[in-house]
Design a protein around this ligand. Structure first.
Ligand code: NDP
Length: 452
């Protein structure tokens, strides 16, 4: 009997209370259950945390700010969206976490993301608390001017709640270089101060070299550490990737650099399978298509006829050694996991946040598939955001090489922490390792503060 089974009743009781206090928030419940399943057994052996009600306190955000965002379309119509900032926990540093603009954004999604961010930020070793925010605004199909008016209106309210020592937002789904620039411009105008209150900025105005690559590269660095720790490496491996956004593109790039062959990419309309692999030239085309032209993934298959487009499907049926889900939450379910396992997958690394459903995760665990959870594997993005903050405060810029070597060492350290707390079975339990390692630092800070 493993630890989790022994504590099933306590986990269920904790989750029943959490569900009651937070009804209609399934994504938040899912994220908390995943984490407390490792933490409750650990806390049993460390009763100082339960005596201080650390888990109950940690699952309650410090505050949630909700606001209306009114903006005008190009033809003069008034639109109103909803904006949020979930400031979850600032025990080890100012709040830090991305902003997501997507029609599926709601309080549950942002609470799950903000909660996970606490652990992820702690794992980086940098002084950053956990937060997340965003809006149900859909930038797709909007003109640049409409996106600008929305971003300015969003920042007009958000600016009251953030600051370089308080809360430092960044990008996420639907919030890339364009949106960050509009929001930073508005913040600077309103405050009449040029400070690093947002990360992911353009290189001309305080951004860090290596930031846009950081999440995807970091994910593959973590994967590389995980494979090597278990006697494998990336060279010659076949990889399936979902997504074609910021994380996916740079994950693909680093896979190529380390000698792997990447067979797929996707967006919300479907996926492309390229049996010859996505090489550097094709990746350059993909970058232009998604980052500049804001095109759709089927255009790849039109440009490269050897590739096929599968409308409305996800790439997990393609046989591969490694899977990198890099699009969105719950995109890899148990049927997909079964296909991957039947096809002999050896490792899964989450570029996205919570892309694997709990049932799929359990199937991987039962089959000894190496599994890197997002809070560890995709922490490279927030880590380099932290480095951007440091450079802003010091008023210096590090070279791309300096940033990349810091990123590599941060991902190596995260891997080591997971090994420290997750060893004991046939393979390292990276989820347990990441959950406990991320927890301890934040929990100890909360204990030190007393009842706050
Ligand atoms: P982008 O907006 O750049 O790209 C998102 C990609 O995922 C697009 O290809 C998009 O397709 C696809 N996608 C989004 N929603 C869905 C959906 N519901 N179903 C299928 N495909 C979907 O976002 P990022 O690459 O920045 O983020 C991807 C994931 O990585 C998210 O989970 C994010 O939270 C996580 N992450 C990002 C970090 C970063 O630094 N950017 C840091 C850490 C984690 P389409 O264009 O059709 O919408």
């Amino acid at each position: 009997m493993d630890n989790t089974q022994e504590y099933t009743e306590e986990i269920s009781a904790f989750m029943a209370g959490l569900r009651k206090r937070n009804p209609h928030e399934p994504e938040f419940h899912q994220a908390v259950e995943e984490i407390v399943s490792s933490l409750i057994p650990y806390i049993k052996d460390h009763p100082k945390y339960s005596a201080a009600q650390i888990l109950e306190r940690m699952t309650e955000p410090d505050r949630i700010v909700i606001f209306r965002v009114t903006w005008q379309t190009d033809d003069g119509q008034i639109r109103a969206n909803r904006g949020w900032r979930v400031q979850f926990n600032n025990s080890i540093g100012p709040y830090k976490g991305g902003l997501r603009f997507h029609p599926t954004v709601n309080q549950s999604v942002l609470k799950f993301l903000g909660f996970e961010q606490i652990f992820k930020n702690s794992l980086t070793g940098l002084p950053m608390g956990g937060a997340k925010g965003g809006s149900n605004f859909n930038p797709k199909g909007k003109s640049d001017a409409e996106v600008m008016r929305f971003c300015q209106s969003f920042m007009t309210e958000l600016s009251r709640h953030i600051g370089e020592d308080t809360d430092i937002p960044a990008g996420d789904i639907g919030v890339g270089a364009r949106e960050i620039s509009y929001m930073f411009g508005q913040y600077k105008r309103m405050q009449n101060r040029f400070v690093g209150t947002i990360t992911g900025k353009g290189l001309e105005f305080g951004g860090s070299l290596g930031r846009k690559e950081a999440t995807g590269y970091g994910c593959v660095y973590f994967l590389d550490n995980m494979l090597r720790h278990h006697g494998h490496d990336l060279a010659g491996k076949k990889v399936v990737v979902s997504g074609s956004g910021n994380v996916a593109i740079y994950a693909i790039q680093k896979c190529l650099a380390l000698g792997a062959q990447v067979l797929t990419a996707s967006d919300s309309s479907g996926y492309i399978y390229d049996p010859n692999g996505i090489d550097y030239d094709k990746l350059e085309y993909l970058k232009q298509l998604k980052e500049v032209q804001r095109g759709r993934i089927h255009e790849y298959a039109e440009k490269y006829p050897e590739a096929r487009f599968f409308e409305g499907e996800r790439p997990w049926s393609v046989a591969a050694d490694i899977a990198l889900p890099c699009a969105t939450q719950n995109e890899l379910d148990v049927e997909a996991a079964r296909q991957l396992v039947n096809n002999g997958v050896i490792a899964v690394a989450e570029g996205a946040n919570m892309p694997t459903t709990p049932e799929a995760y359990h199937l991987f665990a039962e089959n000894d598939v190496l599994f890197a959870p997002g809070k560890a594997a995709n922490a490279g993005g927030v880590a380099v955001s932290g480095l951007e903050q440091s450079q802003n405060s010091l008023r210096i810029s590090w070279s791309k090489g300096e940033v990349d070597s810091k990123l590599q060492s941060i991902m190596h350290n995260i891997h080591q922490q997971c090994v420290e707390y997750g060893s004991g079975g046939a393979i390292v339990d990276y989820s347990k390792g990441a959950n406990i390692a991320g927890f301890v630092k934040v929990a100890d800070a909360m204990l030190a503060y007393g009842a706050v």
